[in-house]
Each structure stands twice: as C-alpha cells, then as structure tokens.
Ligand binder design. Structure first.
Ligand code: NAD
Length: 368
C-alpha cells in the first residue's frame, strides 16, 4: 500500500519558476518509482500572486498550504514589485507563511562537496570537507518586533525604527531544537549573540545556558556575532551546529553560503510544530529569485533539489531517498558537470534543465 503525501509547490518568481520545473521532475519520479504516492499541487505566491490577486499570499492559498504535509518554495521577489508599499511586497507572502505556520526553526546546512572545493573564493584547505549547520530562529527578533516603521519627526527629518525582541519561550524552543540536533551530530553547539550590547540577546544567552543543563552531553560555547562572522571565514571547520537569532542567522548563513561556492547549492528547511505536536515544514533554497539571470535557463537547480532531499529526511523520515538524491548530486559534480555559477573552466557547463535531467538519469540508475 502506497503512503499518500500531499505537497504544496510554490514556484514564486524569477528563477523560482525554472528550478520548480526541475523539482517536479524529481517528485514525479519518486511518485512513480517508490512506495510514496505524491499529490503535488502548485500555488501562486509573491509577485506572481500579486499580479493575479493583488496580494502576495491569499487566504485561500494559505488555507490550502496549511493542509499540505510539506511545502516546497522556489523564491519570491524582483524589481517589478520593488516600488510597492512594504506590506504589499512579494517577501511579505513568505514572511506570512513562516509566521502563520509558526515555522520557528530554520535549518541551513553549508556543505562543501569535495569536487566544488575549488569553486569557493576561500582556499580549498580551509573549506574541504566542511559540513556545518546553522539553525536560525525564524519567527521572532527584529524582523517581526513592534513598534516598527518610518515616522516624520519634523519638517525635514524622519526616523526609521525596528524592535529587537525575544521572549524566553521563543528562545527556549529554538534552543531545544538546536541541542537535540547537535546531540545527533558531533555534540558541539555554538550559540551566537551580541549579549555585550543587546539586552534581548543577553536573555538569549541566559536561556541557552539554562536549556544546556538538560543536554550535558553537548559541548556548548557562545560567540559574539562579529567574531562569529570573522571565524566563519577564518576557520569554518571549528563549527558544527550554530544557533542564532533571526537577523544574525540571515546574515551568517549567506556568509556561510560563499564557503560552499554558490548560493545555488544551498537548501534550507523551516520547521515548526502545531498545537498537537504535528510537524509543519517549508523547504526552500537559500537564494532569492535572481532577477539578473531569470529566464536565461542558467540557474542552478541543485539548492532546490537538495531542499527536496531535506524534505524527505525531515518531514517523511525517508533518509534513503534523501541520501540517494545527495549521492546523485555528488556524483554529477564529481563527473565535472556544472551550472555557470559553480563553473571554473566552462568545460562541462549545463543548463538548468540539463542539470535536472542529470539528477533524473541518476535516479533511473542510468549512466551520467
Ligand atoms: P539572489 O539570491 O536572488 O541573487 C544573488 C546572486 O546570486 C545573483 O547574482 C544571482 O544571479 C545569484 N544566484 C542566486 N541563486 C542562484 C542560482 N540558483 N543559480 C545561479 N545563480 C544564483 O539575491 P538578490 O539579488 O539580493 O535578490 C533578488 C530578489 O530575491 C529580491 O527581490 C529579494 O528580495 C528576493 N529574495 C527572495 C528570497 C526568498 O524568496 N527566499 C531570498 C533572498 C532574496
């Protein structure tokens, strides 16, 4: 008997649409060749939804995706919608999904495939074998804190302001996820804050220490964010799991992405739990909609395909499928195939759809 799963696919904008076509190919193969019956429905989000409905995310779409077992998203945004009021922009649709589904834990692995060690701007010996995981708090902190806004304070003076706020509950739940994850990896956790100048992160450090007492087997360290950004570039292999706030995680994970050579290689998972303890999750590449290359057929679909791999691991406990995808990606790279963003010599450059087809060939166990 096939297990039925319902996936909501949200291609979004720009290259989001192109890489979603490649994700579909993989999902179709898994549907046809494993004991999983995948029902995959597509919905509009971001600029595409604004163009059709005037909103970056409609209530109807939100309702539908809440009913799915997992969500996979391409990317949203682009210059076409940049002049809209802030609350009407494509990115608000994404933030709304994260908030509404309470997807508070964002997993961002940065793994260097051996064959890509030369694609990074860092020396190969600094990054070869790198496999770190940044866990970013996703639904609190300065991106959501109130009050926020831009106010006129006199005739020719305005002020812009945001609020960095964390409650102890918000810190506790992300700290628990981080310790649990570190326990299953190398039992090393580094918590990144700015406790020397920001009270909200002083509380962060206090609560992380408190939760740490429940995980004596995990070695906990703390680092200020400025030092962490420097250490990530100087000696990234000193880290295993990093846990940090929403904004610090946003910045540090983009920095970590360049260790791996390209944003086009980085998947992510955003996970939360509803009131009955059921897991809710959205999977998406770390990169954006890349308007500079959209429509050219050169986007790297591997971050999207590796996001699918994370989905099978974290949402459906199918480590076999997840590992199969990872191994195929590894062997494609070993054989020298590259999209433009990760190519150093332009020898075996392939298009977005060629790269998707290569993964499909690997799944079919055909010669790549
Ligand atoms: P971006 O990630 O879209 O692009 C940054 C650079 O990386 C560009 O040069 C782009 O060509 C390249 N790049 C990104 N993904 C790639 C891929 N898969 N293959 C090859 N090259 C790739 O960031 P940006 O330019 O700052 O933002 C563009 C738009 O995307 C903005 O509207 C922004 O708000 C939005 N954005 C969306 C998300 C999301 O949907 N999760 C995340 C970040 C940015």
């Amino acid at each position: 008997m096939k297990k039925k799963i319902h996936i909501a696919l949200l291609p979004g904008d720009g290259i989001g649409k192109e890489i979603s076509i490649e994700a579909r190919k993989i999902l179709n193969w898994i549907n046809e060749n494993t004991n999983i019956n995948i029902e995959c429905d597509e919905y509009l989000v971001g600029g595409a939804s604004i163009d059709k409905y005037g909103l970056p995310l409609t209530d109807e779409t939100l309702k539908k995706i809440k009913q799915s077992d997992a969500i996979i998203l391409g990317a949203v945004g682009g210059p076409k919608w940049e002049s809209l009021a802030f609350e009407k922009r494509p990115e608000r649709g994404l933030l709304k999904i994260r908030k509404e589904l309470d997807l508070f834990a964002n997993f961002r692995p940065a793994i260097v495939f051996d064959s890509l060690a030369n694609s990074s701007t860092l020396k190969p010996e600094v990054i070869k074998g790198l496999d770190i995981l940044i866990i970013r708090e996703l639904t609190g902190g300065i991106y959501f804190g109130e009050p926020r806004g831009i106010k006129k304070i006199s005739e020719n003076k305005s002020k812009g302001f945001n609020t960095l706020v964390y409650t102890s509950d918000e810190i506790e739940r992300i700290a628990k996820v981080a310790f649990e994850t570190a326990k299953q990896r190398s039992k090393k956790l580094c918590s990144v804050d700015k406790a020397n100048v920001l009270e909200s992160t002083e509380l962060w450090r206090e609560i992380v220490n408190k939760i740490g007492k429940q995980f004596p087997e995990v070695e906990l360290s703390h680092m200020y964010v400025d030092n962490a950004s420097m250490q990530l570039v100087r000696n990234p292999k000193q880290f295993d799991v990093i846990v940090t706030t929403n904004m610090f995680g946003d910045i540090l994970s983009d920095c970590a992405s360049m260790l791996t050579g390209s944003l086009g290689m980085l998947p992510s998972a955003s996970i939360g739990y509803n009131t009955s303890g059921e897991k809710k999750a959205m999977y998406e590449p770390v990169h954006g909609s890349a308007p500079d290359i959209a429509g050219k057929g050169i986007a790297n679909p591997l971050a999207m395909i590796l996001s699918l791999s994370m989905m099978f691991k974290y949402s459906f406990s199918r480590n076999d499928i997840s590992e199969l995808i990872n191994n195929i990606v590894n062997s494609i790279l070993e054989k020298g195939y590259r999209t433009k963003d990760i190519s150093t010599d332009n020898k075996k450059n392939v298009s977005t759809s060629d790269m998707g087809d290569l993964v499909l060939k690997g799944l079919k166990n055909e010669k790549i």
